[in-house]
Write a protein that binds this ligand. Structure first.
Ligand SMILES: NC(=O)c1ccc[n+]([C@@H]2O[C@H](COP(=O)([O-])OP(=O)(O)OC[C@H]3O[C@@H](n4cnc5c(N)ncnc54)[C@H](OP(=O)(O)O)[C@@H]3O)[C@@H](O)[C@H]2O)c1
Length: 332
């Protein structure tokens, strides 16, 4: 119950940024809630110090209490001090954390706490891992989490023969895609898409006045300066054809999650390299016959070789349907 509340709190934090979403509830031995906190993004207090501060503001003494945290408390000094220190200094007697921290720099907090006489234990709680699935996957794989997104016709076309792709899907599907952009750290497209479509690659979800704007990345050797993506310095050119190099360049900018938005050449390169964690296919009830395919040759010659997604969802968005699926391993 307390961990469920901690997950609710964690979900208030931003999905983008280098840090995970974390929530913390401090509870007295008699079950009274003493303080709650969540992490609001890089550079702000972690969930545990935020919950301790909340308890202080409410006039509660947390000595002897239990802290329920969605992620193992950190034991390192990053942008803020170690949470293990803050919990120990406050006299917390027990800690239950839902997910072990896979980040080598921050891991081991449970052991540090136990070394200080605190009853710290891992209490696995799947919703906590699900909330940070992309962040956990990025840390475990040592590279940004890759979502590949495209809009297609019923017959799998992402552009007509003349190169036009505006608009395959309707307003609701496009608004949804803008919402996803606001949750990630970067959007990547190939130079071909920049030349043909000149997209702005901004996040414009309805009902969010000032959404987070992801970094815009363009993969390819051609010079596309003058295009809309270069309107400010929140954009990078990655002069390569290698998806691994692209992810390394993004990781150097603290990118944990990237949406690859095409075109087909770049999407195919990421799939061929085995670097796709999640696919978002927006499917319109339209048929083109000729045109560009969503994905090109992957070197798969037989049905048994098909890449199969899991944890599939299908969501109706007006007349269109969004199908999402996870690929590769990623955390369960
Ligand atoms: N429906 C959709 O969701 C959607 C989304 C995006 C685009 N589109 C459509 O897709 C079409 C553009 O497709 P596209 O495949 O040409 O675009 P692309 O994948 O955006 O760009 C391809 C270009 O990127 C560079 N590149 C980067 N990595 C590469 C690699 N590993 N291998 C080869 N080249 C690489 C190459 O150019 P350099 O010579 O510069 O290196 C290549 O010509 C347009 O008609 C657009 O409207 C549709």
């Amino acid at each position: 119950m307390h961990l469920a509340r901690a997950v609710e709190l964690a979900a208030r934090g931003p999905a983008h940024g280098p840090n995970p979403r974390v929530g913390c509830v401090i509870v007295a031995a008699d079950g009274t809630m003493l303080g709650e906190g969540w992490h609001r993004g890089a550079g702000t207090p972690h969930a545990e110090p935020a919950a301790l501060a909340d308890a202080r503001e409410r006039g509660h003494d947390v000595a002897g209490a239990t802290a329920y945290v969605t992620l193992e408390p950190c034991s390192h000094t990053g942008r803020t001090g170690p949470c293990t220190d803050a919990l120990a200094a406050a006299g917390i007697a027990s800690v239950r954390f839902a997910v072990e921290d896979p980040n080598p720099q921050a891991a081991g907090g449970g052991e540090v706490l136990r070394g200080r006489g605190i009853d710290a234990r891992h209490a696995a709680y799947a919703p906590a891992a699900a909330l940070n699935r992309r962040w956990l996957g990025a840390v475990e794989q040592g590279r940004p989490w890759v979502i590949v997104k495209w809009a297609q016709t019923l017959d799998g076309r992402t552009a007509a023969q003349d190169g036009t792709s505006f608009w395959i899907t309707g307003e609701e599907a496009r608004a949804h895609a803008h919402g996803v952009r606001a949750e990630v750290d970067a959007i990547l497209v190939g130079t071909g898409t920049v030349v043909v479509d000149d997209p702005s690659l901004s996040a414009r979800p309805p009902h969010i006045e000032d959404p987070h704007q992801p970094l815009r990345a363009v993969l390819g050797l051609r010079d596309t300066f003058g295009a809309k993506v270069w309107r400010d310095d929140n954009a990078i050119a990655i002069r390569s054809h290698d998806p691994h190099e692209a992810l390394a360049a993004l990781a150097a900018r603290e990118v944990r999650t990237v949406v690859v938005e095409g075109g087909g050449t770049v999407t195919t390169a990421f799939l061929r390299a085995g670097l796709v964690d999640e696919v978002h296919a927006y499917i319109a009830p339209a048929i083109l016959g000729a045109g560009t395919s969503a994905v090109g040759d992957l070197g798969i010659g037989t049905m048994g070789g098909a890449l199969r997604g899991r944890d599939v969802t299908a969501t109706a968005l007006g007349v269109d349907t969004l199908v999402t699926a996870f690929f590769q391993r990623g955390p369960q």
